[in-house]
Design a protein around this ligand. Structure first.
Ligand SMILES: Nc1nc2c(ncn2[C@@H]2O[C@H](COP(=O)(O)OP(=O)(O)O)[C@@H](O)[C@H]2O)c(=O)[nH]1
Ligand SMILES: [Mg+2]
Ligand SMILES: [Zn+2]
Length: 365
């Protein structure tokens, strides 16, 4: 049934799969490396829905779990079909099904996730259809959340977040307002600390960051609005938007002028590239984290920046949400991930859109 190797979602190695037949004729599949039982639906769909790994790296309380929960909430209740009319999803197993429902319901009822337990996290596995950029719109999303102190030291990262080893893409979640209020270290030093812990941990695991794409995600953008620059990041008819207005608009709004409502695709992603450049400058100049920017550029295959607000506002003092969440730019990181996995033709389409945006701005000047 399965010839060749498969990516095991539990140890994230490419492995051969053991197959055993039970007395009642049902089948069991397990990983030859870590012995974990592997879900039949995952294996059966493997060729048609190639795995795409999404994982989050960041210190405690930097918004990792809330970001993932808001994404599940979006899958379930948010109108993703407005952007991708064919979007649909199917959890691969019972625990994935339960996690998606529980997290979405929690946000709907106005409470926030508990701090994540420190165990090797089980991936949430989802077969998704109707996605942009990937082949036939299909992928198995393998989503890993990291626990509390996983990135405090390289040894902890290896024990609790070894899943980053195999990833093509890593998300660094950085909560600037939180660093300010706790202020053990300044922002640049906190960012440097996360980066060096990560690079040291990866090197100890004999894995190479140089093969990975890094997406730096600034979380809790709703609390950053007053400090964000309000000059246009890319003057011209195609992108008269500042970082401040970018994050105050709807999740994907204000693109209707150039993108028909039902096509959040290459033009939108071209604009994300421009926003990324603006955020890199912001990191260097306003956050004074130039060492982070340069070191990251040196050690990863590529580095991009994005900014999100998963909730849209701050929780109340008791930790409850005052209203229904109102995410801003929540899909941007997800789109980065999908564009990295883009098929050749789609990648060309994105590159053409970027070129068009650049030319439009040049002609405008
Ligand atoms: N204002 C605001 N606060 C947020 C947002 N996302 C997360 N938070 C706050 O950050 C806290 C920690 O988030 P969590 O995702 O649990 O952090 P984790 O430890 O990285 O998983 C939450 O309890 C919220 O108070 C957001 O989009 N806006
Ligand atoms: Mg968490
Ligand atoms: Zn395994």
């Amino acid at each position: 049934m399965f010839s060749g190797k498969r990516l095991c979602p539990y140890c994230l190695e490419d492995v051969f799969i053991n197959r055993t037949v039970n007395e009642d004729k049902t089948l069991n599949f397990s990983c030859r490396n870590c012995q974990s039982a592997i879900d039949p639906l995952y294996l059966k769909s493997y060729k048609e829905y190639p795995p795409v790994v999404l994982n989050v790296v960041g210190f405690r309380a930097h918004g990792k779990t809330v970001f993932l929960s808001a994404l599940f909430y979006a899958f379930r209740l948010f109108k993703l079909n407005r952007y991708w009319p064919q979007f649909s999803y199917l959890p691969v197993n019972h625990s994935s099904q339960k996690l998606i429902l529980d997290n979405a319901r929690m946000l709907q009822e106005g409470s926030l996730p508990e701090p994540t337990q420190q165990i090797f996290p089980e991936p949430t596995m989802i077969l998704a259809d109707g996605l942009p950029f990937v082949k036939n719109g299909k992928a198995t999303l393998l989503i890993y959340d990291a626990a509390g102190e996983s990135f405090e030291a390289p040894e902890e990262m290896i024990t609790y977040a070894g899943f980053v080893k195999r990833a093509d893409t890593v998300f660094f979640l950085i909560n600037i307002p939180r660093i300010r209020t706790t202020n053990e270290l300044d922002i640049a030093s906190e960012m440097d600390k996360l980066l060096s812990t990560y690079i040291q941990g990866m090197t100890t695991m004999d894995a190479r960051t140089k093969k990975q794409r890094l997406l730096v995600i600034f979380t809790c953008a709703d609390e950053m609005i007053p400090e964000l620059p309000d000059h246009d990041v890319f003057p011209g008819p195609y992108l008269d938007v500042s970082l401040k207005s970018y994050i105050t608009q709807d999740a994907i709004a204000n693109t209707e002028a150039i993108v028909p409502l039902f096509n959040i695709g290459s033009e939108y992603v071209a604009r994300m590239h421009v926003i990324s450049n603006a955020l890199e400058s912001y990191t260097t100049n306003k956050l004074q984290a130039k060492n982070f920017v340069l070191t990251a550029n040196k050690h990863f295959e590529s580095v991009e920046y994005s900014i999100i607000s998963a909730l849209g506002f701050s929780p109340q003092g008791d930790g409850m949400l005052p209203a229904t969440i109102d995410s801003k730019r929540l899909l941007d990181p997800f789109l980065w991930l999908l564009q990295y996995s883009a098929t050749f033709g789609n990648r060309n389409k994105i590159n053409r859109a970027i070129k068009k945006l650049r030319n439009a701005s040049r002609n405008h000047r």
